[in-house]
Design a protein around this ligand. Structure first.
Ligand SMILES: Cc1cc2nc3c(=O)[nH]c(=O)nc-3n(C[C@H](O)[C@H](O)[C@H](O)COP(=O)(O)OP(=O)(O)OC[C@H]3O[C@@H](n4cnc5c(N)ncnc54)[C@H](O)[C@@H]3O)c2cc1C
Length: 390
């Protein structure tokens, strides 16, 4: 088998890259080790920056997103028994965010690719990338019990944090920067209409909580927990009780409903530099992870592949490697901005286990500042909706 771009991973990064390349007449093969069913039902992110929405629309897969996505103009920040609104659009010249589940983005991309009869192989196994430092890189894998070899011009490593592409880069090429947080999020998807029109971030002495949504009928809610929290200790009643305690406000009701999905996510910051080795280009979670507090992971993945697609197209059209050579630096500027913002939101909103009252007082002071100072609110808002230039 031969293709122009071999893409490992059918998450948002890999599928969007394939779509962008296809629109420019460049062939690719997408290899995914999970089943279509699994990939389309993996509940993860749900807040899309305007730049992400614009790109998906331009890429020709925004029809359902524009119809069903919920456009939000603000977010709530709650602490000390009060809820404050950060009017995102007012503070950022009308920019918005759109609530549309990652599952839906992936479904739209898979459907578009398969409808065109383009190669997207699920349940491949034993994926190995090789000859990355030559101009004939390749991917070996097994599919339907047979061994395959795919020759490519370029390999895109879009296989997430636990994928095979980044570990295939020889030792010493990449520098890694990371931070583990001593807490995680216990998240649920609940069959109940969201109790607030906008996402609410709550600082509480019992720990952080987040009220979010996936649609007008489905709520997505989180409580801060231990990173190794045992879900068996969290029957539905306990989850709702904790959410009521952390999100509760006088005169407002948090509506409860059947829990459809639950999971614990550890929190980590991680960056691999550079995001390239020879003809292998890393994109999305394969190269960087942010704690989800800033809602940046999915948006960064989409930004990476936009830059990568433009660079690959320019290379095929002109033979110039200038944009490919600039790829890693161009992405890392935005990545580090998002790393800082996500770390900052996380530090401001979570209960820090070994922290003393001094740390708590600092958090409350910062929360009062971002909810009362125009300048501080603009800074939060422009990062949250996504900076146009970094
Ligand atoms: C539990 C969870 C909750 C999250 N919540 C949020 C949130 O609320 N907001 C937010 O912005 N972000 C959130 N994120 C982050 C966001 O979902 C990711 O940043 C986003 O999925 C990145 O997309 P990606 O395509 O780079 O990677 P992924 O979505 O991880 O896709 C990688 C793909 O590669 C496949 N793969 C892996 N190894 C191989 C292999 N060897 N061969 C072939 N295929 C392989 C995987 O199965 C997967 O389909 C969350 C992440 C997790 C894990």
């Amino acid at each position: 088998m031969r293709t122009q771009v071999g893409i490992v991973g059918a998450g948002p990064a890999g599928l969007t890259l394939a779509q962008l390349l296809h629109r420019q007449g460049i062939e690719s093969v997408v290899l995914e080790n999970r089943s279509r069913e699994y990939v389309e039902h993996r509940v993860r992110a749900g807040v899309l920056e305007q730049g992400t929405v614009d790109l998906l629309v331009e890429a020709g897969i925004g029809e359902r997103l524009q119809r069903e996505g919920l456009v939000h103009h603000g977010i709530g920040i709650q602490f000390d028994g009060e809820r404050h609104r950060i009017p995102l659009s007012e503070l950022t010249d009308g920019r918005t965010i759109v609530v549309y589940g990652q599952t839906e983005v992936v479904r739209d991309l898979v459907r578009a690719r398969l409808a065109e009869g383009l190669p997207l192989l699920f349940e491949v196994a034993d994926v190995r990338v090789h000859d990355l430092d030559t101009d004939r890189p390749g991917i070996r894998f097994t599919h339907d019990g047979a061994e395959h070899a795919l020759a490519c011009d370029v390999v895109a490593g879009c296989d997430g944090y636990h994928g095979v592409c980044r570990p295939s880069i020889p030792a010493g090429v990449i520098s890694e920067f990371s931070r583990e947080y001593p807490f995680g999020w216990l998240g649920i998807l609940a069959d109940v209409a969201p109790s607030n029109d906008e996402v609410v971030y709550a600082h509480n002495e019992r720990g952080f909580a987040l009220l979010s949504m996936r649609s007008l009928e489905l709520s997505r809610l989180y409580v801060q927990c231990r990173p190794d929290e045992d879900l068996a200790e969290w029957p539905d009643d306990r989850i709702w009780e904790e959410l009521q305690l952390r999100l509760g406000l006088e005169g407002w009701t948090l509506h409860e409903g059947p829990v459809l999905e639950r999971g614990v996510t550890g929190m980590r910051s991680y960056v691999a530099e550079p995001m390239r080795y020879g003809r292998l280009f890393l994109a999305g979670d394969a190269a960087h992870i942010v704690p989800p507090t800033g809602a940046k992971g999915l948006n960064l993945a989409i930004h990476d592949v936009r830059v990568l697609a433009e660079a690959i197209v320019a290379w095929y059209r002109t033979g110039s490697t200038t944009l490919l050579d600039a790829y890693s630096d161009a992405c890392l500027r935005r990545v580090w901005r998002a790393e800082h913002f996500s770390w900052w939101m996380t530090s401001m909103l979570h209960r820090l286990e070994h922290d003393d009252d001094f740390g708590l007082k600092l958090q409350l002071s910062q929360l009062r500042y971002v909810t009362s100072s125009h300048a501080a609110a603009v800074s939060l808002a422009e990062n949250y909706v996504g900076l146009e230039r970094v």
